[in-house]
Design a protein. Structure first.
Length: 376
């Protein structure tokens, strides 16, 4: 393989596992983490139902390998609750409801709850009209965005999602720029797949998710080159320089291509929803607010042909490409997450010692005793 050849997902996964082998930490059973999360969020004022929804979303993100959107988020969420930047026990509210068009407001509640409720409305509206465009504004952090096309795919639907923040989450420099002007602005898409495992695309338009920088910082490790710059606009792979004063920025994914897609995430998720595109002068810029545009399709309405059969033929055709590197197979969107979940359900979820300590401190600050199984 040439020196400048991109690394395959299996190689990146192997590197991550190797790094963890030298990072102090513990593997926890996912159910133990769930029970702990339920107690933490309930202590912070969430109803039992809300505590379960938020915790399950975070732990499921860990199971699928998206640690940046897993339980590492709990201390930050609870800090936002304490500051009233994030409100407990909120529910989605319809602002506009016109046929296949929905505009929904999250009331600054937990995005895991707002997202789940919004997707249920999208399912109902798509089944009625064959199509739905839903603009969601003023939601708390929506978590792992791949969760939302998964929910729709389980209902037999195909969807695409565009996300932004209104100002608090500005992290990314535009292509050619040297400071933060855009949000990480994820894009996700999904459709039903074989055996109940949907095909799911879930990517940030930034070169890396900010949560992964936080995970690397907690683990005391360096990032891959070319992902972040420091406060002077100089490339670095040191997470500490990203969080220094002045703060650094994240490069856009795929240079001008990611920057352009991110620009339209701002328009589709922010401008169209009324939640506004990213700007420090927005009235909601003092709190983390996510906006999302969801476009959902009922495949049975759009074509008389066998949609599932054609998707399966495409999958087989793409996976049939001869490996460029021996032993490295072609992976379809969502396959790596499915395999990672199987491994982590059996072998546990790795939590580095720094994140573990932050979780213990967060729980203690809300008056919780640490179960012996979770003590450091």
């Amino acid at each position: 393989m040439s020196k400048d050849a991109p690394e395959a997902p299996e190689q990146l996964l192997a590197q991550t596992m190797a790094a963890r082998a030298t990072t102090p930490g513990t593997r926890f059973d996912h159910q133990l983490l769930r029970d702990w999360g339920y107690a933490i969020f309930a202590a912070a004022g969430s109803s039992k139902a809300e505590a379960v929804i938020v915790t399950d979303h975070l732990v499921n993100a860990n199971l699928k390998g998206h640690d940046s959107h897993g339980v590492v988020r709990i201390p930050k969420y609870l800090d936002w609750v304490r500051k009233k930047e994030l409100l407990t026990n909120q529910h989605v509210r319809a602002v506009t409801s016109k046929g296949s068009i929905l505009v929904l407001d999250g009331g600054f509640g937990y995005g895991q709850v707002i997202g789940q409720e919004a997707m249920q409305l999208v399912i109902e509206r798509t089944r009625e009209h064959g199509f739905c465009a839903a603009a969601i504004r003023n939601s708390g952090h929506l978590g792992r965005i791949g969760e939302w096309p998964e929910q729709l795919a389980r209902a037999g639907l195909t969807s695409v999602h565009f996300v932004n923040t209104s100002g608090y989450g500005i992290l990314v420099a535009p292509h050619g720029g040297s400071d933060r002007r855009l949000s990480a602005n994820p894009v996700a898409a999904g459709c039903p797949g074989p055996g109940g495992n949907p095909y799911i695309l879930d990517i940030a338009t930034s070169a890396v998710a900010e949560g992964k920088i936080q995970v690397a910082r907690n683990q005391g490790s360096l990032l891959e080159p070319g992902l972040i710059m420091d406060g002077q606009g100089e490339p670095t792979n040191d997470p500490e320089r990203f969080y220094a004063d002045p703060v650094g920025s994240i490069f856009p994914m795929a240079s001008h291509k990611g920057s352009g897609i991110s620009f339209f995430c701002e328009i589709l998720a922010g401008s169209l929803s009324g939640g506004q595109s990213s700007h420090p002068n927005n009235p909601t810029a003092w709190r983390l607010v996510n906006n999302m545009m969801t476009i959902c399709f009922d495949p049975t309405v759009f074509s008389e042909f066998d949609f599932s059969g054609d998707v399966q033929r495409l999958a087989e055709w793409v996976k049939g490409s001869p490996a460029r590197v021996p032993g490295i197979e072609v992976l379809l969107p969502g396959e790596l997450e499915t395999r990672t979940e199987l491994d982590r359900r059996e072998n546990g979820i790795f939590i580095d010692t720094q994140t573990h300590r932050q979780l213990l401190d967060a729980a203690t600050s809300w008056g919780l005793q640490t179960p012996s199984e979770l003590a450091l």
